[in-house]
Design a protein around this ligand. Structure first.
Ligand SMILES: Nc1ncnc2c1ncn2[C@@H]1O[C@H](COP(=O)(O)OP(=O)(O)OP(=O)(O)O)[C@@H](O)[C@H]1O
Ligand SMILES: [Mg+2]
Length: 506
């Protein structure tokens, strides 16, 4: 039987990676029923610290005390045995198995015998915490939010009473995020402890009891949530005051750079994901795509980038039909693309930073001459991007996979924006970015707009859309409900359109 965690402490934790001091003498503590938020800029050392607690990394120095006694945690298995569970940002579920099968995977030797008892226990867990899920559903049928619930159930099933969540809401819709926050509240009310990493300060304010802020691998503040504010936390994290970006200058769009006419396309599950989408993006325009994710956004971005086939319709890029072009041709034709799935689509993880930064242009001048790579040019180009975009890395040779989540994101942004595309498709570009980087990205999108680039910005953050876009199109069940000029947009109108209600939204 797993022991109840009354009090857990990490003391003097230090962890070095080649060229990086990721955690430097870090102390954190948490009590039963408490929610501790860990805040910090991209690369501050948050994930590293939690991976140490979960037994994935061994610290170079420091100790972990559980209920006052020192413990050593050398693997996730040992962490779980002590009552510590972790939900990673990238889920580790098997899509072709059911919820129940996934939950007991790795635990039992005789799969079939256990299903009935397991289903029963899963029902108990879901009832206790108000977690809606069908144990018999296949994981591939579930939304991202539901898959996350399966990960949480998996941890609870194994007896976790301290749950670590690394940026759990980054991939959720606003509605799913609200549900998760409520669930975590229920869990802490019933005596579970929760450690949550998040870049969303309003969530941290509404959920946590205490906040530990990391900066460059060190604890720079440890405060009671009640005694602080969103602004104070932001300042602690970045060490300066933040000012939100606003769209400036008049809107004077040029010619169309990206046009979709009556585009139809199928989703992964074989159903129609886009049903007759027509959109025009012009030079110097930011067109926003609002909508609850899962209404065709992913497919929309992919058909434009040539990664998904159209079943009907036509797309033109920079005056040329691109419907049947290869992804490489589309890039040549002038498309910049910040994909939703940055790990698999946006970068080659084992490649170095510099290789990923020139990934799309390595074969041409100024990076290659007569088939020879121009090292000096490449290195100076790469190091200037690393500096401008604040990419935290020990060297340019470092493999991209060893960067922190937000820093991988910055590598893609740096590459896509500086390539000066004709049109730029940005799918949820601020996901996983800290607040400083978000602000920087916003300024970069506005700069792209003033340089005449046509930007398609897919986002679930209505505030972000309303402050950056010239026009906002609302996507609902694979079709465009309406395109409205930003002056006419407000949360009510957008909300109604996002729910598929057109009549009252005028
Ligand atoms: N396996 C690894 N190998 C080498 N360096 C690593 C490894 N894991 C983390 N690092 C480095 O440690 C530092 C902290 O990374 P970490 O992932 O903990 O940051 P984070 O605070 O979680 O950032 P983010 O908000 O971007 O997720 C980074 O500079 C990163 O490059
Ligand atoms: Mg992280």
């Amino acid at each position: 039987m797993v022991k109840k965690i009354e009090h857990l402490e990490m003391v003097g934790i230090t962890k070095r990676f080649p060229g990086v001091l990721s955690n430097n003498n870090v102390n954190i503590q948490i009590k039963t029923g408490e929610v501790l938020a860990i805040l910090g800029e991209n690369g501050a050392g948050k994930t590293t610290l939690m991976n140490i607690l979960y037994g994935l990394y061994k610290p170079d120095a420091g100790k972990i005390l559980l209920n006052g006694k020192q413990v050593s945690i050398n693997s996730p298995k040992e962490a779980i045995a002590l009552g510590i569970g972790m939900v990673h940002q990238h889920f580790m579920l098997v899509p072709t198995l059911t919820v129940c099968e996934n939950v007991i995977l790795g635990l039992s030797k005789s799969f079939i015998v256990d299903i009935k008892t397991a289903t029963q226990r899963i029902r108990e867990i879901t009832d206790t915490y108000g977690l809606a899920i069908n144990p018999d559903a296949y994981v591939w049928q579930l939304s991202v939010g539901e898959q996350q619930r399966v990960e949480i159930i998996k941890a609870l099933y194994r007896g976790a009473n301290l749950l670590i969540l690394d940026e759990p809401t980054a991939v959720l819709t606003p509605q799913e995020s609200k549900e998760l926050i409520q669930l975590l509240r229920n869990m802490s009310a019933q005596g579970n402890s929760i450690i949550i990493i998040s870049h969303k300060l309003h969530e941290v304010m509404s959920l946590s009891d205490r906040v530990t802020v990391l900066r460059d691998g060190e604890v720079c503040a440890d405060v009671c949530t009640r005694e602080t504010s969103q602004d104070a936390l932001a300042q602690l994290m970045v060490g300066r005051e933040m000012a939100p970006c606003q769209r400036e200058g008049t809107f004077s769009p040029g010619k169309a750079v990206l046009e979709l006419q009556e585009v139809y396309s199928q989703g992964d599950k074989g159903t129609e994901a886009l049903t007759g989408v027509s959109l025009t993006i012009r030079e110097g325009e930011i067109l926003g795509i609002a909508g609850v994710s899962g209404n065709g956004q992913k497919e929309l971005a992919e058909v434009i980038a040539g990664l998904r086939k159209l079943s009907k319709g036509k797309i033109s890029l920079n005056g040329k039909e691109s419907t049947k072009m290869s992804p490489a041709n589309i890039i040549e034709q002038g498309l910049g693309y910040i994909p939703e799935d940055r790990l698999r689509v946006g970068t080659i993880p084992s490649f170095s930073i510099w290789e990923n930064l020139i990934l799309k242009d390595h074969h041409q001048r100024p990076f290659a001459k007569h088939l020879l790579l121009q090292n000096r040019v490449i290195m100076s180009h790469s190091s200037s991007l690393v500096e401008k975009y604040g990419i935290k890395t020990p060297t340019l040779e470092t493999p991209t996979s060893s960067l922190s989540g937000g820093n991988i994101q910055r590598v893609i942004l740096a590459r896509e924006i500086t390539r000066s595309p004709v049109a730029l498709v940005a799918a949820y570009p601020t996901r996983g970015l800290d607040i400083g980087a978000t602000e920087y990205l916003h300024s970069k999108l506005l700069e792209a707009r003033s340089n005449g680039i046509g930007v398609l910005l897919i986002s679930e953050d209505l505030e972000e859309l309303m402050s950056l876009c010239d026009n906002i199109a609302v996507l609902y069940e694979g079709r465009v409900m309406k395109v409205i000029p930003v002056e006419e947009a407000n949360e009510r109108v957008l909300g109604l359109l996002m729910a598929g209600i057109a009549e009252q939204a005028s």
